[in-house]
Structures are given as C-alpha cells and as structure tokens.
Design a protein around this ligand. Structure first.
Ligand code: NAD
Length: 467
C-alpha cells in the first residue's frame, strides 16, 4: 500500500473531523445557504469546463451534459434552498398518556463527517448531487470521484476547491487504493454510488465503524410493454432511456419484455425511433453528435463480447450491432432471440444494447423478474389501468415508471434509491437531506408524574398507562 495514499486519506478525514464540534454550532442555515449558493455560482461559471471535461472523458453530447449533469445538480440546489429552512426546523411531537408533563422535540442534526464515493457514468451529477444534500444537512465531506472519468474528476476538484473551504469539503482523487484507504477512516456516514459488487465492500467497511450508509447501486432494470401500450410513445421513451449516455445509466431500461401480439408493430416503432434520434444508416449513427461513447476499452470489450456471445448462440440484431474500437463506438443495438443463459440476459448491460424478449403471459414476466435481484427501476408501458396495477403490485423495485423512463430521477419530491441488490436508503431533496442527518430525540421533563413508573411498582396503575 502506497504510504502517501494512506497519509492523504487519514489527513483528509482528520482535518474535517477536527472541525465537527465547532461546525455543530456555527454551520447553521445561513452558512449552509451560502455554501450552496457558492457551489451553484461556481458551477455556472465553469459550465464550459464541465462540458469540455465530459466530452474528453466519453464524448458525452453537450445537450445530455446540460440535461443530465448540470440541470439535476442546479435543480437539487434550488430545491434545497427553497425548502432547507423547513427541513431544518425542530419538530414538536405530542406526548402519550404516559408522557404527560413532558415536552418532546425532534431536531435534525448533521451526522458529522461524510464520505461520498461516486461512479464515472454521470461523474458530475453523482458527485455534486449528494454533496448538495450533505452540505444542506451540515456535514463536512470527503468526496472521491471516479478515476475512470479523470477530466471530470479534475473539474470537480477545481469547482469544489473554488467554491468551498477546505475544512468543509475535500476532493480526494484516485482509484481503488485511495477508496480503500478512505473507507478505513471512521466517517459517520458513507454515501456510495456504484456497482452492487463494490457496494458490498463499502458496507463491510462501514460495519467496522458502524457508520451508516446510503448505497445507490445498479442492476438490470426491466421494461414491460403490455398489449395495450401506446407503441409509438413507448418506443420513443425506451429508445431515449436506453441510448442516452450510450446506455451507461443506472436506471436505463436494461431489457424489454414485449407482449407477443404487439411485438412486430412495437419493433417497427422502436426501429423508427432509433433512426429518428440517431440516423437511419450505420454511417449516420456513427456521425451522430447525440450518441456518447463507451467509457474505456475494458467496458467496450465487455460489451462487444456480450454481443458476440449472443450472436454465436443464435441471437441477432434487429438494428445496430456495429462497433468501432478506435472510437469506442457501439451502434444503438436491439437484440432479438436472446435467452436466459446469455450474459446479455444475466448481467447489467450498461451499454447501448437492448434485448427484446416476447411474452404471452404477464405472470411469466413477473416470475422472471422475481427470480432475479430486485431492480433499481421497473418500467411499465400500458394503457389498461388494471394490468398496470397488477404488474406493479406483484413486483418490487426501487422505483416504477409508468409510460415514462428515466424521468423519476429528475423529480425532487421522489425518493431516489434501490431496494436489496439495487441499493439501500434514498437520495434527492428531503430524502437526501435526511440521509446525512440524525433525527435527534429530545425529551424534557416539565411536570411529569414519573414517580408512578418507579418502585415500589403498582401494577394496576402501570397497566392503566398501557391502555
Ligand atoms: P464501481 O462500483 O466500479 O465504482 C464506483 C466507485 O467505487 C468508484 O469511485 C471507484 O473508484 C470505487 N471503487 C471501485 N472498486 C472499489 C473497491 N474494490 N473498493 C473501494 N472502492 C472501489 O461502479 P462504476 O463502474 O463507477 O459505475 C457503474 C455502476 O454504478 C453500475 O452498476 C451502475 O448501475 C451503478 N450506478 C448506480 C447509480 C444509482 O444512482 N443507483 C448511479 C450510477 C451508477
């Protein structure tokens, strides 16, 4: 283990932890608001650098950077500024009969020091978004962006360094080694976004210090296109949800179950939607400025091998299938004829490849979803309300999108998070604030007749209190 890495991690933690007690008193509403405003202004001032960095990391289209990286962080800040005073408010709660004569309050307090570990796929949004919640809650933060999007990590460090004092937020850059060292420090809360595999490592590390965790993980998010779906709208939504960021989105539709009786017209609409968004021909799609590239050669190889394995075993692309290693380009690809033994149906795809699987009975689909790990998102495209409700009630997932994909991420009043393998806890808005807060119970005795709770016990009076 590199000693300077260890020293850096220890120093970053110690520096923040030293200020914890002081911050409890001095980092109130006005100071948090000032920090959030400074962050927002610096992001605005450095927008061009953010766009440049994300383009350098994986040719992410400028409109997608604005829509999926900058807008969510700025909306998170404005939503938080609008509601923070209320979220921070002390709440009185009523006494029960046994507690008459006492005054009870709940005070949301900062958990203290927080570690945020971010992934590469939305490097800015998934670093700075949780940071907004942590600052709102009054935490000091060490933020570790992903090493796989290095230009973005550098711009994040610059933004944070300019907007916020070093004893409040530190960006520590690096990969697994740095992450491991940071996880050894006794942070009060760890907010991790990434794969379920690393989520388990994070939770085990947190257990050593009994730190609380928020785990924003991934997995396969299925789509069900029912017989009553509006096929044109469904196809458009699914194509956008899947191929935005070249499918490198935690809540991207992973694969589609389509009702057999509408399979052919659905596929025609899907093909048309892809052609409209990214171009009709292979050349046009490659030249499209609206399609991101795969993050690195390893992920590119993983995806092309998945496609090749499926093709070798009899699956075929309805559209797409082409790839260019030199630019890490993979065409928007729809795969037909996959089966459960193939990696495409087993692993989170996390790329622009969409298996479409026909079904005749919705119960088959429900059974297949139930047999796998709990999804982060489940998407249902259908107009028949009773079928929608049946599918929703018989399934579980972090979130459900009904005739919509991805957009629940942008709704600040919804908790964003998974369940089981797809995550633990929630982010965004008030839920993000609560993730970094401790709801401290305060009970004050005013004139409570508590003597009756003490020996010598009088059973009858105690029994009466319990009624
Ligand atoms: P990842 O788990 O490989 O890495 C995430 C972070 O963990 C990085 O900062 C990395 O440096 C660090 N890390 C990696 N290995 C580690 C180890 N052994 N010990 C300690 N730290 C380690 O994930 P990724 O490839 O960056 O992102 C893709 C995954 O993230 C997908 O599964 C995706 O679904 C998920 N994801 C989830 C959300 C969400 O909000 N739920 C959002 C984006 C991505």
């Amino acid at each position: 283990m590199d000693q300077s890495t260890q020293a850096n991690a220890e120093q970053a933690f110690a520096h923040l932890a030293a200020g914890n007690q002081r911050r409890r008193v001095s980092f109130g509403f006005a100071e948090r608001r000032a920090a959030l405003r400074a962050l927002s202004e610096t992001i605005t001032a450095r927008e061009a650098e953010i766009i440049e960095a994300l383009s350098a990391d994986f040719a992410k289209p400028e409109a997608e950077i604005r829509l999926t990286e900058i807008l969510p962080v700025q909306s998170e800040i404005s939503h938080t500024l609008r509601h923070l005073k209320r979220w921070m408010r002390v709440r009185r709660v009523f006494p029960t009969r046994a507690m008459l004569g006492t005054k009870a309050r709940i005070i949301p307090e900062s958990k203290g020091t927080a570690l945020i570990i971010a992934p590469w796929n939305y490097p800015v949004g998934l670093s700075l978004g949780p940071l907004v919640s942590a600052l709102a809650a009054g935490c000091a933060v060490v933020l570790k962006p992903s090493e796989l999007a290095p230009a973005s990590a550098a711009v994040i460090a610059d933004i944070v360094g300019e907007a916020l004092p070093e004893d409040l937020v530190r960006v520590v850059q690096g990969g697994v080694e740095v992450s491991t060292q940071l996880l050894e420090q006794p942070f009060d809360h760890i907010f991790f976004t990434g794969s379920p595999r690393v989520g388990k490592i994070v939770m085990a590390a947190a257990a050593k210090h009994l730190a609380s965790v928020t785990l924003e993980l991934g997995g396969k998010s299925p789509v069900i296109v029912g017989p009553g779906a509006d096929l044109k709208k469904a196809a458009k939504m699914i194509a956008w949800g899947k191929f935005a960021n070249a499918g490198q989105t935690c809540i991207a539709p992973d694969h589609v179950f389509v009702a057999k009786q509408i399979e052919a017209p659905f596929l025609a609409e899907l093909k048309a939607a892809i052609a409209k968004m990214y171009g009709k021909t292979e050349e046009a799609q490659h030249a499209s400025r609206d399609l991101a590239r795969i993050i690195n050669p390893d992920h590119f190889a993983r995806l092309t091998e998945m496609i090749a394995e499926a093709e070798a075993e009899g699956a075929r692309p309805l559209t797409g299938g082409a790839s260019k290693p030199e630019s890490r380009y993979i065409a928007p690809t729809v795969m037909m004829g996959t089966d459960p033994s193939m990696k495409l149906e087993q692993e989170e795809i996390f790329g622009p490849v969409l298996p479409v699987i026909p079904f005749t009975d919705p119960d088959e689909v429900l059974a297949r979803i139930e047999a796998g790990p709990k999804p982060l998102a489940l998407y249902i495209f259908e107009r028949d309300r009773s079928l929608i409700e049946r599918l929703r009630r018989a399934s579980t997932s972090g979130a459900v999108g009904i005739n919509i994909a991805l957009a629940h991420y942008l709704h600040p009043n919804l908790p964003f998070g998974g369940i089981g393998n797809s995550g633990l806890g929630a982010a965004h808005g008030h839920y993000g604030f609560l993730a970094f807060s401790h709801e401290r119970a305060v009970l004050e005795n005013r004139f409570a007749p508590l003597g009756m709770l003490m020996p010598p016990y009088r059973g009858a009076r105690i029994a009466k209190l319990a009624q």
